[in-house]
Ligand binder design. Structure first.
Ligand code: SF4
Length: 499
């Protein structure tokens, strides 16, 4: 699809948001602001009024001259600073553009013009600013074009989060910790996480762990000195259980020694994503250190799918390791499912739900496959056939109904770029078994300090709420050579926040 855009003084400044919206409708497209370029459709914007007025848009199909129109009223009077005014402009142009293409293609975008990762955060912000629920919902519906169904889902999630973490808005004086272990037994095809096949890399693992212990000591010392408590701790990766039981034991010992007031930490999670890494010894270590929230990720219960995406474990192994973890006292198990894996349609996904029914983990995160730029799968897209938009939506609906029937409630949600069907990932949990860390990371109400490989830190200023990010290197080699530097940089940033 070749789209030519005209009108409105310097409309080019909205190029990026217009591209993102175009990508929701067309897999392949060219966007041009050059009146001489070849085009299948021409979009023209015009403006009426200044402080108060309307942005109008018109789309004309070149092949037959058919056209569609759309208007959006804009009132800039309440917005005094330039940034806020620019945002209003951008939203108005994007609003008109999305409406035009919805009419042109007949495709309705459930999330409207919201293309960011955290739509629920926007609702939190609106409610915190004093808007009534009714007014906040109206704005989502009319200004952002979000479908009623999604607004209801967002509200359900906000309510649930505030039940699970009643002091959610007052936790900026504490932090959560993310610890990234960059190793896995093998690399999956859709993966863009820092994950390196562990076999034959013991030297690298040893140096990495030495660096990680150092970071934990230094950051822990800082937190103790400044009297900053920790809300939650999360071990991710990679697969944190791909290191040995002894290595895990030493790591958790370090955590208890270095971090302040461990008895006040509300939750510790260890991702044990790949069932092929779970052993009775490792489960013993987790129990020894009071870690009872783990993640075991089947992704799918179809063996061929697992093989196609490069997960070298069997379906039976997932089930067996789940039961083992249960027997050994793990009472908060999360499982991740992915909708739209290559070769899978409704039938396969329903089978996966049937299997999940036999296990009933405490929480279930339902992801929709996204084609991340760097993954093996995206690079070889033609090799991996995935279901179409309608089938993906139907699978999502089935997941929603299934979770409801089984007593799960949605408690966090995030979206990704290039996600199939422009849908979302939803975390469901049995009431009382939600992951507080997931809420903290999604709603950005406090700083998350990232330690280890590929761990990003997100510093939320306790007063201004401004967010600064800082990322540790992804590759173990770079991390191993520079962890002292990365620790120092982080401590400097933390010093700014917690004086
Ligand atoms: S197990 Fe997870 S982190 Fe490891 S390669 Fe697969 S998707 Fe990536």
């Amino acid at each position: 699809m070749r789209i030519q855009i005209h009108g409105l003084h310097s409309v080019e400044q909205f190029q990026r948001p217009l591209e993102v919206i175009t990508g929701l409708f067309f897999e392949e497209y060219e966007l041009s602001f050059d009146p001489a370029s070849a085009a299948d459709v021409i979009v023209t914007f015009s403006l009426h009024g200044e402080e108060m007025g309307a942005v109008s848009g018109r789309i004309v199909e070149m092949a037959n001259g058919r056209e569609w129109k759309s208007d959006y009223q804009i009132d800039l009077r309440p917005y005094k600073d330039e940034k806020a005014r620019f945002k209003q402009w951008k939203n108005a142009v994007v609003h008109v553009y999305l409406t035009l293409f919805q009419e042109y293609t007949g495709l309705v975008q459930q999330w409207g013009i919201l293309t960011g990762v955290r739509p629920v955060k926007l609702l939190h912000q609106k409610l915190r600013s004093g808007l009534s629920q009714e007014e906040a919902h109206r704005q989502l519906r009319e200004d952002y074009l979000v479908a009623e169904e999604k607004i209801q889902l967002m509200q359900k999630i906000v309510d649930r989060q505030l039940t699970v973490v009643p002091d959610l808005y007052d936790l900026s004086h504490e932090v959560s910790i993310y610890i990234g272990i960059p190793f896995c037994p093998t690399k999956c095809a859709y993966c863009t996480f820092p994950a390196y096949a562990i076999n034959g890399r013991q030297g690298s693992v040893d140096s990495f762990l030495a660096g990680l212990h150092y970071e934990m000591k230094e950051v822990g010392r800082f937190l103790k000195e400044r009297g900053v408590n920790i809300t939650t701790i999360y071990y991710g990766g990679g697969t944190p259980t791909s290191i040995t039981a002894e290595e895990m034991d030493r790591l958790y010992e370090e955590m208890y020694e270095s971090f302040p007031n461990m008895e006040r930490v509300r939750e510790i999670t260890v991702e044990a994503g790949r069932p092929d890494t779970i052993t009775p010894e490792k489960l013993d270590v987790l129990k020894k250190w009071n870690i009872d929230r783990i993640s075991i990720n089947p992704q799918s219960y179809i063996q061929e799918t697992l093989k196609a995406i490069g997960r070298h474990h069997t379906v039976e192994e997932t089930i067996e390791k789940f039961h083992l973890a249960r027997q050994m006292g793990m009472n908060n198990i999360n499982m991740d499912l992915i909708i739209g894996l290559p070769g899978e349609g409704i039938e396969e996904f329903n089978y996966t739900l049937e299997q999940t029914e036999k296990l009933l983990p405490e929480s279930l995160t339902v992801h929709t496959l996204s084609f991340k730029r760097a993954s093996e799968m995206t690079k070889n897209k033609e090799k991996y056939k995935v279901a179409g938009r309608d089938e993906i939506s139907a699978m999502m609906k089935n997941a929603e109904q299934w979770t409801k029937q089984h007593g799960y409630v949605p408690y966090y949600l995030y979206r990704q770029k290039n996600i199939l069907g422009n849908l979302e990932n939803v975390g469901y949990a049995l009431p009382g078994q939600e992951s507080i860390y997931n809420i903290m990371i999604m709603e950005e109400q406090q700083s998350i300090i990232g330690l280890g490989c590929g761990a990003s830190s997100k510093f939320v200023h306790p007063k201004t709420r401004a967010i600064t990010r800082f990322a540790n290197p992804k590759e173990p080699k770079v991390y191993n050579e520079n962890f002292v530097h990365y620790t120092e940089e982080k401590l400097k940033m933390m010093d700014e926040l917690f004086r």
